[in-house]
Design a protein around this ligand. Sequence first.
Ligand SMILES: Cc1cc2nc3c(=O)[nH]c(=O)nc-3n(C[C@H](O)[C@H](O)[C@H](O)COP(=O)(O)OP(=O)(O)OC[C@H]3O[C@@H](n4cnc5c(N)ncnc54)[C@H](O)[C@@H]3O)c2cc1C
Length: 246
Amino acid sequence: MQWIEGKIVENIHWTENLFSLKITADIDNFTAGQFTSLALDINGERVARPYSYLNAPGQQPLEFFFYTATNGVLSNALVRLNSGASVWVRKEANGFFTLDEVPAAQDLWMLATGTGIAPFFSMLSTDTPWQRFAHIILVHAVRTAADLRYQELIAQYAQQYPSRFSFQSFVSREQVANSLAGRIPIAVQNGSLEQAVAHKFHPEQSHVMLCGNPDMVKETVEILRQRGLRKNRRRTPGHITVENYW
Ligand SMILES: Cc1cc2nc3c(=O)[nH]c(=O)nc-3n(C[C@H](O)[C@H](O)[C@H](O)COP(=O)(O)OP(=O)(O)OC[C@H]3O[C@@H](n4cnc5c(N)ncnc54)[C@H](O)[C@@H]3O)c2cc1C
């Protein structure tokens, strides 16, 4: 594994526990949806964790979207970095949560909790999903309205592809206009997500990518299975591709 020294260009504090880092680093190219590792030397030990690229491949500075985990060692150190500070970035990217692993489908669903939306922004900022899928539905579940970040990117996709892109937010702890209340799995089960975006989960037309909280991923996959969708595997292509953040 090769570590290279990255430099912080900007640290954007969105809320009490959400922030983004923009970093310049001479990394190898990656495929949208992949992750790298970031690390800091803390008390003489290199503490590393995986983080998804939010920026599109080839873009500089690199961008990452973080949650400061309660008592989390690395996230609580990263949040304190100012511009000019150094951070270790793993040169090679990793992971199979990419569109080249996804078979042909009519509709591509991207279901995310919290910072799990990052790899979807990377994918949506490339041409690939727009060339391959007739309709793309991005779903973001958060706790409060203030957690709905990167709305300007979402507005950009909506403006560029008005009839082919839908966005649906979920806010669990507040009532917010145009957002659904509660959690993704329940809304998949009771049909309220499908109703809100006017698209159906169906094995003949859908591919569903899920990223973030492992409970959301597990519960939603179970419900989608009952609807006839199967996990996507290299040997047996299916309809569901997942990335768990912990
Ligand atoms: C493939 C992959 C990609 C990832 N990409 C991102 C990313 O883009 N942004 C990001 O913030 N994290 C991401 N993570 C999680 C990240 O690697 C760390 O686990 C996280 O930053 C916490 O590290 P820590 O040292 O601060 O906390 P630790 O002491 O390691 O605590 C870990 C605990 O924090 C909680 N937790 C971890 N990540 C999150 C999260 N994102 N949101 C809410 N709670 C969390 C869980 O309860 C977990 O058990 C990713 C994980 C994986 C496996």
